[in-house]
Design a protein around this ligand. Structure first.
Ligand SMILES: *[C@@H]1O[C@H](CO)[C@@H](O)[C@H](O)[C@H]1NC(C)=O
Length: 412
């Protein structure tokens, strides 16, 4: 989600959420307050008509880690960088082997530029400097970037270009030369600094890795992920893996459905954001949902857990809950209904909106945003079809990497 400049957001909660599961778990309803219309993404309309995909296994989970990440090879010889996946921002960056602030990795895990700085005049640099506001002073000016995230974290650095060895589903091994950020000044918010070496931005502005691949004619401008509720999953660039049957595509806005019935919560512009661990609604929608859930809990043996005061709402049962499924029978399913897509619904089962917690953690306000985060995106294939400016999902087994041969048959 862009917040001015190449803003976006990532793991707003990921940094805050690493709470260790302990003995007595209380129950936590983790919607936070937030309401601002989501700006529609503009497609970069690439002229690409061939398509193979690149697939990457993912690591990570919503809880306790709070993020999903991919290990990407960069450079010649290639080095591996573990990057947070973030569909809410565009730029991919890695921590830079340069005088560095906020670099958490030891030197051997940093990216070292090697006379490969992107020039200020490069068209990809205009994402960060419009020629009018920031004219290049000399022809060999470097291209500085700054990305700000909705959690107020940021990365500042310089754009470089290097090889990305990629294996495609048709068996080809290619090494496209792509621009990305070498970040030497990072700010993180929250009690823990991230374990990853940077961020892979899955957004669709032309500086994103995928837009560059699509511009080179190597993949369609489609990105998808399957985040497993058991941890891990996979990510792909290109449309090879998208099932032609069974995929549902929608555009916002959405309405909230609770226990199969329509509610007063309508007109929600939802942002699908894999860089957010949790799902957030603006305060009006949030209050409405909380009221629905509370009313529905009347007469059930769940009590408010006031010991967890930093959070808006927690419940506890007679016995401590260890896992969300232990408590899911107390909660009704809800769903987001996309009215302009023939009443297609994104199910919000209790697993998609509840987590088990132990301890305090700071309440996170995200301004006015409505964000669908990892907790709701799990265990299905999410597809960001940038060419047609739509978002979709399809049933998927997120626990196994798709086999490219069977996949190609399904897709075509
Ligand atoms: C395989 O896919 C890549 C990436 O889309 C493409 O460049 C290459 O030409 C394809 N190879 C074959 C043999 O079709």
């Amino acid at each position: 989600m862009a917040l001015g400049g190449d803003g976006g957001r990532r793991h707003t909660t990921a940094l805050i959420v690493r709470v260790i599961l302990g003995l007595s778990a209380s129950f936590l309803f983790c919607f936070s307050a937030a309401n601002q219309p989501c700006t529609n993404r503009k497609s970069s309309s690439p002229l690409v008509h061939l398509a193979s995909s690149a697939v990457f296994p993912l690591q990570g989970n919503v809880y306790p880690l709070g993020y999903y990440s991919v290990s990407l090879n960069i450079g010649r010889p290639a080095k591996i960088f573990e990057l947070d996946i973030d569909s809410g921002s565009d730029l991919t960056w890695v921590q830079c082997d340069a005088p560095c602030r906020g670099c958490t990795k030891p030197r051997e895990h940093l990216y070292r530029p090697n006379n490969n700085l992107l020039q200020c005049e490069d068209p990809l640099c205009t994402t960060f400097h419009s020629p009018a506001s920031h004219p290049c002073e000399t022809t060999d000016d470097q291209c500085d970037y700054e990305v700000k995230y909705a959690d107020h974290g940021s990365s500042l650095g310089v754009l470089v270009k290097d090889y990305f060895p990629l294996k495609f589903t048709n068996g080809s091994l290619l090494s496209p030369h792509l621009a990305f950020g070498c970040g030497y000044d990072q700010k993180y918010f929250g009690p823990v600094t991230p374990a990853t070496a940077g961020v892979i931005g899955l957004g669709n502005r032309k500086v994103s890795i995928l837009s560059q691949l699509s511009h080179l004619g190597l993949a369609r401008n489609v990105v998808g992920h399957s985040l497993s509720g058991q941890g891990g999953g996979f990510l792909f660039f290109g449309d090879d893996l998208v099932p032609s049957l069974g995929s549902i595509f929608v555009h916002p806005p959405a309405e909230l459905v609770f226990d199969g019935k329509a509610t007063s919560v309508k007109g929600l512009n939802m942002i699908f954001d894999s860089g957010s661990s949790y799902t957030y609604f603006n305060s009006q929608a949030y209050q409405a949902i909380v009221t629905l859930v509370r009313n529905d809990l009347k007469g059930k043996p769940l009590k408010d857990a006031t010991e967890d005061q930093s959070l808006p709402i927690c419940w506890k049962g007679r016995k401590p809950f260890k896992f969300v499924p232990d408590a899911k029978n107390y909660f009704k399913p809800s769903a987001l209904s996309f009215t302009n897509a023939k009443n297609v619904q994104l199910q919000l089962s209790p697993e998609a909106y509840l987590i088990v917690t132990v301890k305090t953690w700071p309440e996170v306000g995200l301004g006015n945003l409505n964000i669908i985060g990892d907790i709701t995106l799990q265990d299905k294939m999410l597809i960001y079809d940038n060419e047609n400016q739509r978002i979709g999902w399809a049933p998927a087994n997120c626990n196994t990497l798709p086999n490219s041969r069977t996949v190609a048959i399904i897709a075509r």
